[in-house]
Design a protein around this ligand. Sequence first.
Ligand code: HEC
Length: 128
Amino acid sequence: MTKIVLALSLFVVSPVFAQKDGKTQQSKPQEKTPAQQPAQKFDDKAMIDLATKKGCMACHQIDNKLIGPSWKEVSKKYTEKDVDSLVNSVLNGSVGKWGNVPMTANKGIVTEAEAKQFVLWILSLKNK
Ligand code: HEC
């Protein structure tokens, strides 16, 4: 089991690191509380690609509920004040906020910085 998970996460993670590191690094230095931060511009397609590579899209869609809530719904329920809580949900898993189906932990699949990028991007979908 551990082997399978390990193999799976290596498979999923390695190509992405090479490709995405630049982005993650860039956003690090100006890491303030999101409220102070001017709305960040996201490349939706790049974020969807990353979410696909990280396995998020097996359970989520932008517009429609799948196993998890649609990300637009998520963006409407929360504000920038909830970023830390949402990052925690993504990293450690979550249950009971949307129903009885749990989101499994994604720690080891995404870094904390990546989880934060996802959360900020998801919140930005509100107006789309
Ligand atoms: C195994 C299926 C599954 C995967 C994979 C998955 N999610 Fe989820 N996600 C869910 C479910 C189910 C919920 C609702 C959990 C709840 O009710 O608390 C959820 C909830 C969320 C929420 C809202 C959390 C909250 O506190 O309300 C966010 C944000 C989210 N997912 C982002 C992601 C991201 C980003 C990824 C990829 C790194 C991901 N999810 C991968 C199933 C999944």
